[in-house]
Design a protein around this ligand. Structure first.
Ligand code: ZN
Ligand code: ZN
Length: 314
């Protein structure tokens, strides 16, 4: 069961809070003595008892001000409210699962899902976290940014590098925008310093003056468009400087996991058609780990899609 709360207003997005998030917040910050809640254990019917606990946590969540604080975080981004049907905040446990995602159904309705650790509610870090995620979403809804409906999937190492660089440039753009908009919040300036270090490393093939100009453009106002960031991220000059594929501990371009066991060239050539049915841009010279080669080799005789056998791709 999930509790539904509407934030009101003509363009406000409907925000739902996942029941687990309410419960975790209650357990972390609720009262140590709560006789009304203790009484709920007396309810015999499992479903009714669950619903009563859910309603109790939701009431507490509202009274403690968390609901208003989270709706306030949405209200800072009117474009999300105007473009989105509904948003669901759900509890996640792992920091890697904390992010906002945009879903569009076939009729073009947009929904947002946000994974949030419950500790962010009690330590207050939910606000800078949500601002960062919502700024990405705001960009995606902004025609001036021009975010495409799909980013091409290119499994080659240079395709991976392009996506990594793009993510870095977009983060840089987001945190620069946020540090201008919320100068009182130190998180964004700190994040920018880290992006600057990553940026200098990622674009080390450029002359210092060229890199500086690019940094100013990416972090500047007006902020660059998606097309510009994508173009910069695909700068091919690094290709001359780097040998791909076979370095010990480097990431396999197919599964993304670091490997010390690269598949031999003859095996890669043998599995190439199977790999290319999923990754059209992959070539045997891009390399792949021995485990992936094994999986695609097995696929030549079985009709199971390899993605079922492979570990989740990062
Ligand atoms: Zn980001
Ligand atoms: Zn692999």
């Amino acid at each position: 069961m999930r509790s539904r709360r509407e934030s009101g207003g003509p363009h406000a997005v409907k925000v739902r809070f996942d029941r687990e998030l309410l419960e975790a917040a209650y357990l972390a910050a609720g009262p140590s003595d709560d006789p009304d809640r203790d009484d709920l254990y007396e309810i015999r019917n499992d479903r009714e008892r669950d619903e009563a606990f859910g309603a109790h946590h939701a009431r507490w969540f509202r009274k403690a001000g968390f609901e208003a604080a989270l709706l306030g975080a949405f209200a800072e981004w009117p474009r999300i409210g105007a473009s989105c049907e509904e948003a669901v905040l759900r509890r996640v446990r792992n920091p890697a699962d904390e992010f906002a995602e945009l879903f569009r159904d076939p009729e073009g309705l947009a929904r947002v899902g946000v994974g949030l650790r419950a500790s962010r509610l009690t330590d207050g870090s939910f606000l800078p976290f949500l601002r960062h995620e919502f700024c990405h979403l705001d960009d995606m809804f902004d025609p001036a940014f021009g975010y495409p409906s799909e980013i091409p999937r290119d499994a080659s190492p240079s395709g991976q590098i392009r996506r990594e660089r793009y993510r870095l440039l977009w983060d840089l753009r987001v945190d620069a925008r946020l540090s201008r908009r919320f100068p009182e919040c130190p998180n964004f300036a700190r994040a920018l310093e880290q992006h600057r270090r990553d940026f200098d490393r990622a674009f080390s093939f450029m002359e210092a003056s060229e890199r500086e100009a690019l940094y100013l453009q990416a972090s500047g106002d007006p902020p660059p468009t998606h097309a510009r960031l994508w173009e910069v991220a695909g700068d091919p000059r690094h290709l001359r400087e780097r040998a791909f594929g076979e370095a010990p501990g480097a990431a396999c371009p197919l599964c993304g996991f670091s490997t010390f066991h690269w598949a031999a060239l003859d095996l890669r050539e043998a599995v190439a058609p199977a790999v290319q049915s999923e990754f059209p841009n992959w070539r045997p010279e891009h390399g792949c780990c021995a485990r992936c080669a094994e999986v695609y080799e097995a696929m030549r005789t079985a009709a199971i899609p390899a993605t079922v056998l492979l570990p989740a791709r990062g």
